[in-house]
Design a protein around this ligand. Structure first.
Ligand SMILES: NC(=O)c1ccc[n+]([C@@H]2O[C@H](COP(=O)([O-])OP(=O)(O)OC[C@H]3O[C@@H](n4cnc5c(N)ncnc54)[C@H](OP(=O)(O)O)[C@@H]3O)[C@@H](O)[C@H]2O)c1
Length: 338
């Protein structure tokens, strides 16, 4: 099969090369999927630079966690899939439901687990889900990391209620899916961005309040001012320690900040005592389990959510797709067809 592969010791996307590899064959309880589309997450940039958990790659790696395609072969004993089914792999392999397994777990697209940026993907049948009937392969390819993370933030523990206010940071992949899931669940949405033009686009997706975090550095106070002092019931915290202080200002009494992102880094966190005064919760999250992915897919079919795809690149231009994903132009998801 053809695959895009990061070299051992890769320092960046210039070390991503198109290679020919043996076709993987499904063993007992395994499923083989012909991948049709993949998508890139912020995390994949770290894998390519050798800065993901575990550091530099010690052997060649097919990257990317997210992809969707059709089942072309099933191994002995497979019961959950048949040839022709449309499927996507789960980011955390074999975390089907319940509490998370100990960290780190095998996750697609980083050692020790294969990635999706190849013509074929073979995994245990428990590591796949059926994708929504209402989505194309390109749209479904945006879900395994960004979609499940956004769903878990709003439904994984404390459940979103109609009328809640959700604050989500930036206009990248997780943020826009959180916006769409929150709107589908009857919530009011506040979105931040460094770009007024992107904020206008976010409003067309249903964001009610849009705040430019570059021109309004005290955006946490702005959230309070624009909600009659109440704040956000959920903060989808994608910025990391550089934004956490403002998120603690923005969160409502009894609200939840879901700690997801590291866009501004992980060091020098502000004092958490503002949470005490607000009786608020800081909840850590690492993507989610298969049951959450299945719930998300059911909700997508029922509500008509269409993930926002910014740009689609052909397989041969995968490196350009990485560069675009890391650029300031990004709005939503970047997809690579296979
Ligand atoms: N814990 C987990 O399981 C998990 C799962 C998924 C993602 N993540 C993390 O979540 C973050 C977002 O991931 P992603 O894949 O959605 O990223 P992405 O698509 O690359 O999002 C990039 C966007 O983030 C926004 N941004 C950058 N700096 C910001 C800041 N200081 N304040 C607010 N927004 C800022 C920018 O929006 P504007 O251009 O509009 O300013 C940028 O376009 C990353 O740190 C990623 O590692 C964690």
């Amino acid at each position: 099969m053809r695959a895009q592969q990061l070299a051992s010791g890769a320092k960046g996307v210039e070390d991503l090369k198109l290679v020919e590899l043996p076709d993987p064959q499904p063993g007992p309880h395994q499923v083989k999927v012909r991948v049709r589309a993949t998508s890139i997450n912020y995390r994949d940039q770290a894998v390519a630079k050798g800065r993901y958990f575990g550091g530099a790659l010690k052997q060649p790696q097919i990257p990317l966690s997210d992809g969707a395609g059709e089942v072309v072969a099933v191994g002995e004993g497979v019961t959950r899939f048949k040839i022709g089914d449309r499927a996507a792999g789960t980011f955390v392999q074999l975390w089907n439901d319940g509490a998370p397994p100990p960290f780190p777990q095998p996750a697609l697209g980083a050692p020790p687990t294969v990635g999706t940026l190849a013509e074929y993907l073979v995994l245990h049948e428990d590591g796949f889900v059926h994708i929504p009937k209402s989505l194309s392969f390109e749209e479904a390819a945006t879900l395994p990391c960004a979609g499940v993370t956004a769903w878990n933030a709003l439904y994984g523990e404390r459940q979103l209620k109609p009328g809640d206010t959700v604050l989500t940071l930036g206009t990248g992949g997780v943020s826009l899916l959180a916006l769409q899931i929150a709107r589908a669940g009857g919530a009011r949405v506040i979105v931040t961005s460094s770009s007024d033009e992107k904020l206008e686009r976010a409003k067309t997706l249903g964001a009610e309040i849009a705040i430019n975090y570059a021109s309004t550095p005290e955006w946490g106070q702005a959230v309070l001012d624009l909600t009659d002092g109440r704040g956000a019931d959920f903060v989808v915290e994608l910025g990391g320690t550089g934004t956490l202080g403002q998120s603690m200002t923005a969160v409502a009494q009894g609200g939840t900040i879901v700690l997801i992102g590291v866009l501004t880094g992980m060091d020098n966190a502000p004092s958490p005592h503002a949470l005490m005064r607000k009786r608020a919760t800081l909840r850590g999250l690492l993507v989610g389990n298969r049951g959450m992915f299945e719930d998300l897919n059911r909700a997508i079919d029922a509500t008509g959510i269409k993930p926002v795809i910014d740009k689609v690149f052909p397989f041969e231009q995968a490196a350009d797709a990485y560069r675009y994903q890391a650029s300031a132009k990004l709005f939503g998801k970047v997809v690579i067809t296979v």
